[in-house]
Every structure is written in structure tokens, then in C-alpha cells.
Design a binder for this molecule. Structure first.
Ligand code: DGY
Length: 313
């Protein structure tokens, strides 16, 4: 029987599955455990089930060896130093595919909400400002016939593109085979939706220059990672009208404090990173993460492994 530390309560019965075979300890609070607390628990554990909020870097790995597996409850692994895990012989699991549709749905929900000014209109009703019969109230943008730029044409980017096609949008994207550059996508799109992974190359790759390339009527949607966008540059672009709006499920920093200056920008919708938050998706992610750990602890390959090269060693 191995010891597993799980850094949050999970939906569904994944933790019960782990408990049937192993000794499982779950961090009892809603937020993440502080890093020193995580290190302390990880030192006692054989394997971890972690969220994106946990930093699994070289220092952490050195302090907590020997771990037999880390199952990250996310498709992204930017919170994990995969190379350091591979060097230490630790397989890292992730949860690809199951959250593709839920995240693409949310990207499209944000696109529609921003295009049709849903937040402003809802706010007007709640504050007793119903614009009775006023033809000029809450004028939004057409979605049908507009151009949707997809930056990062992977699983979620393609699923978002399919939704755009269903709404009669023209799709532009900058995958290598498309022959279209990021600058072209930014210049041509009415809506730009970010789906790139966070890497050293993409960190902050949407800054002042890139925002200035966008149309003044364009809307930026980000359901990928907050750190893709330079927050200060986005705040300025919204305030000075360089772009018409932004709808974000992810921010930098995350969580975004309630008094953050970005929140004073006009035409901005912000959600607290809920891209994968449907009951079914979150339960499937928990099942995959549990399956990854059970495999690792049984000495088998993780079925969804983000550093498969660890098995070549
Ligand atoms: C992921 O899995 O990477 C998502 O961002 C989590 O919601």
C-alpha cells in the first residue's frame, strides 16, 4: 500500500478508487496548500495528485524525492518542470482530450457574451436601467460572417474553430502548415481566441505590438493561460480603445485580486478559470488522474503521460 497526497477535494469517486488500494490524504481546504505545506506532505508520500496551482519544480523534486508519480489534474503541465521530473525518473500524468469540448464551449460562450454585451445588458436589468424600446441600446457585433482567429491550432483550438464554422464564421489560424503568421491572424480577425500552450516562447507573446495589430473593433478571448498576454498591455489597449473588448477565463496573475487595475478596463469579462468546469468533464479528469496514479504505483506506464521519455531511461 502506497501513500498518496491529493491537493484538493475531487468530484466523483476517483479518491475512493485510490483509497481502495492505497493510503490517501486529501488537503482539506478549497484553495491550494502553501508550498511549504505541500513539500511537507509530499515528503511523506509516494505519489501526488496535483492541480495547476501547485508548483512542481526542480527544487520541489529535490526536496521530496523519491516520488513514484505525479498526476496533474489538467491537460496543461506548465506548473510542472517536466525535464526535472524525467531526470528524477518521475512520470507525470495529465488529462488530455476530456476537457476539449468543455473548454471550447466556454471560449465560444465568452465570444458570444463579448460580441452581444451580455454582461452590460444583464447589469442594466439588475440595476433598474432597462432600456425600454431604445434601438441604440446595447448594440453588439455580428458573429455570422465575422472572422475568428485561432492562435494555437491544437485540440481545443480546432474544437473552437468548429464552433465558429457552425456560426457561419470565417476561420484563420496560424498553424505551421497554414502559411498564415500570428501577425496575419491578429490583423485579419474580428475575434482572436488564444489556445496556445504556455512555453518560454509563448509567455507574454501578446503584448502592446500584437494588440496594436488587432482591429480597433476586435475582441480578444483567452481560455488558455493568462501568462500568454501581458496584462498591463491589455489593460492599456482596452482603456485607450486599441481593441474593443476582451473576455478572459485565465489571467495573470491568477487569481486576479478584486482590486486589480485590469478590472477597471472597459468591455472586459473575466471568469475564474472554469474552462473545464462541467460536472462530467471534471469527474473524467479525476478518473484519468486516479488511473495515472494507480498505474504508476503498480509499476505500469501511466495511460496519459506528459513525459513518456521517462520510460525510455
Ligand atoms: C487545463 O487542464 O490545463 C485547464 O486549464 C484546467 O482547467
Amino acid at each position: 500500500m502506497a501513500r498518496i497526497y491529493v491537493t484538493r477535494h475531487l468530484p466523483g469517486d476517483a479518491v475512493d478508487r485510490l483509497r481502495a488500494a492505497h493510503d490517501v490524504d486529501v488537503w482539506p481546504e478549497d484553495g491550494p496548500p502553501p508550498q511549504d505545506v505541500l513539500v511537507e506532505h509530499a515528503r511523506e508520500a509516494d505519489a501526488l495528485l496535483t492541480m495547476l496551482t501547485e508548483r512542481i519544480d526542480a527544487e520541489f523534486i529535490q526536496a521530496t524525492q523519491p516520488l513514484r508519480g505525479v498526476a496533474n489534474y489538467a491537460v496543461g503541465t506548465d506548473n510542472v518542470d517536466l525535464a526535472a521530473c524525467t531526470d528524477a525518473g518521475i512520470p507525470v500524468g495529465n488529462t488530455p482530450d476530456v476537457l476539449t469540448d468543455a473548454t471550447a464551449d466556454l471560449a465560444f460562450a465568452l465570444l458570444l457574451a463579448a460580441a452581444r454585451r451580455i454582461r452590460d445588458a444583464d447589469e442594466a436589468v439588475r440595476t433598474g436601467n432597462w432600456p425600454t424600446g431604445s434601438p441604440g441600446a446595447f448594440l453588439g457585433q455580428d458573429v455570422a460572417g465575422a472572422t475568428l482567429g485561432i492562435v494555437g491550432y491544437g485540440r481545443i483550438g480546432r474544437a473552437t474553430a468548429r464552433r465558429g464554422e457552425g456560426f457561419g464564421m470565417e476561420i484563420v489560424q496560424n498553424s505551421r502548415s497554414s502559411g498564415t503568421t500570428l501577425d496575419d491572424v491578429l490583423e485579419r480577425s474580428d475575434f482572436v481566441s488564444l489556445h496556445a500552450p504556455l512555453t518560454p516562447q509563448t509567455r507574454g507573446f501578446i503584448g502592446e505590438r500584437e494588440l496594436a495589430l488587432m482591429k480597433p473593433t476586435a475582441i480578444l478571448i483567452n481560455t488558455a493561460r493568462g501568462e500568454l498576454v501581458q496584462t498591463g498591455a491589455l489593460e492599456r489597449a482596452l482603456k485607450d480603445g486599441t481593441i474593443a473588448g476582451a473576455a478572459l477565463d485565465v489571467t495573470d496573475p491568477e487569481p486576479l485580486p478584486g482590486d486589480h487595475p485590469l478590472l477597471t478596463a472597459p468591455n472586459l469579462t473575466v471568469l475564474p478559470h472554469i474552462g473545464s468546469a462541467t460536472r462530467t468533464t471534471r469527474e473524467r479528469m479525476a478518473d484519468m488522474a486516479a488511473g495515472n496514479l494507480l498505474a504508476a504505483l503498480a509499476g505500469e506506464r501511466m495511460p496519459y503521460c506528459a513525459n513518456p521519455e521517462v520510460y525510455e531511461r
